[in-house]
Every structure is written in C-alpha cells, then in structure tokens.
Ligand binder design. Structure first.
Ligand code: PRP
Length: 213
C-alpha cells in the first residue's frame, strides 16, 4: 500500500490556497470543503492526509515527523530555525519583517533600545549585527500597542499592507527581511518519500510560475 503523505496546512487563506495547489497536483481530498470545524481530512485513495494547524505550529509538526511536508512563513523559519528541509519559495503570503516606531521617533544611541516583538531571535540578531544594545520585550500579539503606551521604543513585527501601523500612527523605520511562504519537508520523510515529495514540489513550483507569469 502507498504510504500516506501527511500535510500540515496553516489555518487560513494561505492554507486554502496551498490546498488548491495540492488538489491540482493530484492530492485532492473533497471532504475538506464539507466541514470547517474538523481539523483532519484524509483521502486514502490519493494517499494523502491534511491537517489544519496554527500557522506558527506547522514547522513543529514537520520537524517532529507528524507531518511529512508543510507550508510555513519564512519568519517562522528564521525565528525558530527548525531542523527541516526548505524546498520551495511559494511567492505567496508575502510581507516583510520590519522595525517600526511612532512617527517622528529618533533613536537615542546613549540609551538601551526597548524592542517589543514576537520574533525575539530575529530582533536580537538584527540589532547584534548593528552593535546596538537592546532590551527585548517578548509579546505574543498586538505588538503595535507597546510603543504607543510606552512599553517599548520600537517594535519588530510583520508588515503586510501597512494598515495596522498606519491606523496606530506608527511607521516603518527599517526593513529587516522580506518574508514569503515556504514548502518544508521532514528530513526522514524526504529520504523515504522523496519521489512523492519531489513530485509535489515540482507541481507546486510550476503553479507558482504560472501565477507569476
Ligand atoms: C500581523 C502583524 C501585524 C499585522 C500586519 O498580525 O503582527 O500586526 O498582521 O498586517 P498589515 O500590515 O496588513 O496591517 P496578526 O494579524 O498576525 O496578529 P497578532 O500579531 O496581533 O497576533
């Protein structure tokens, strides 16, 4: 019997787009459209099982082998450096990691800079490379609130449309790195299911090219 390919999909629009690509690649699982509270869907005929997980957890499932492949933002790969193969840039889910601050903020180099972020490792590396002393304030969401209320001087966060910053009177000071969705694979799975995983990678790559044409 064909081994089942386990796929961790990030809950939300990005995951839905990727599922559509998987469907085109021949790994359909129609039940996925029927029930939007169920989290695990399987189509043994096509040899595939999907599960919807929190986007920031996809890499954990893949690293530990619960999922053979998954789709994750480059931000998560940079922050947590999971031990997985990064197979493909999907060129979707595009945004950037940036430093932002209240309009008119000027960095006073004599003081330690207070940085609020969900991405402590990315922020630490960024400021280390500049030789700037910082105090990291790790938050779990709504990062934009921190500098407005004086908890931090700046934030390191994801900027997509820029609307959240704008509506909170913040502005980008610096772009750290562009971000997009990546296809990742568990290292052992890639060894044992390389044909299937290569096939999926190529099929998604050609769909990515088409949409970029
Ligand atoms: C992300 C990010 C920003 C916002 C950026 O937040 O942390 O707050 O999206 O998007 P925009 O530039 O299009 O406005 P998310 O929705 O993930 O929520 P959270 O960080 O508060 O958990």
């Amino acid at each position: 019997m064909k081994p089942i390919l386990n796929v961790a999909l990030p809950k939300g629009r990005l995951g839905e787009k990727v599922y559509a690509m998987m469907e085109k690649a021949g790994f359909s699982c129609p039940a996925i459209y029927e029930n939007n509270r169920k989290l695990i869907f399987e189509n043994p005929e096509k040899g595939v099982r999907y599960f919807w997980v929190k986007p920031s957890d996809v890499a954990i499932y893949v690293e530990r082998g619960t999922a053979d492949i998954g789709i994750v933002g480059k931000d998560i790969l940079l922050e947590y450096a999971p031990d997985v193969y990064e197979l493909l840039d999907l060129n979707i889910g595009k945004c950037r990691m940036a430093v932002a601050a209240p309009k008119g903020f000027r960095d006073d180099q004599r003081r330690t800079l207070r940085v609020a972020t969900k991405f402590s490792n990315i922020a630490a590396r960024h400021y280390l490379s500049k030789g700037r002393d910082i105090d990291i304030i790790h938050l779990n969401g709504s990062i934009e609130v921190a500098p407005i209320l004086g908890l931090s001087d700046v934030i390191v966060d994801i900027v997509e449309t820029g609307t959240t910053l704008k509506e909170n009177d913040l502005e980008v000071k610096e772009t750290i790195v562009p971000i997009s969705a990546r296809l990742i694979a568990n290292k052992a799975s890639y060894k044992f299911q390389s044909d299937t995983i290569d096939y999926v990678t190529q099929s998604i790559a050609s769909q990515v090219e088409e949409t970029n044409d």
